[in-house]
Design a protein around this ligand. Structure first.
Ligand SMILES: [Zn+2]
Length: 145
């Protein structure tokens, strides 16, 4: 168990889940314009995925690079102070993400992660292509970013 107060924990969760972030809105509008339909923040599924597309048995997470520790991304760099605190906290986030992806896969969902740093207009075509490829393929897990 950690020793954070419930308040601190709930603040932390809010920051981690970060619903309706800018990258998320970008991906939603991009996919919607291209004719894809989905539901949002599906409660009752592990991690309440940002987008859920039952037709393709796919859930999509649009992950912030810092909170979800995008590997090799400069936006994921740890703050220079309180390094132990941050590496422990972010390590826990990573573990939780992994568990949630595994649970989803066990339930028959395929998981696509789109990293926040790629969610920009100049990458729109590339993102769309990769999403389409995932949806029509049969990979269980993939990342874009
Ligand atoms: Zn990134």
């Amino acid at each position: 168990m950690d020793n954070k107060t419930p308040e601190a924990r709930s603040l932390n969760m809010k920051a981690v889940t970060g619903k309706n972030t800018k990258p998320e809105m970008f991906v939603r509008s991009l996919l919607h314009k291209s004719g894809f339909r989905f539901s949002l923040h599906k409660k009752g599924l592990p991690g309440s995925p940002d987008l859920c597309m039952p037709k393709y048995k796919t859930v999509i997470f649009i992950n912030g690079c810092f909170w979800h520790q995008h590997k090799g991304c400069k936006k994921a760099a740890l703050p220079k102070t309180n390094v132990d605190f941050w590496s422990e906290k972010l390590g826990k986030n990573l573990q939780r993400d992994q568990l949630q992806y595994e649970e989803l896969e066990k339930m028959g969902w395929r998981v696509l992660v789109i990293w926040g740093c790629i969610c920009q207009q100049k990458n729109a075509t590339q993102i769309l292509e990769k999403v389409r490829k995932f949806l029509t393929g049969n990979e269980k897990y993939s990342e874009i970013g």
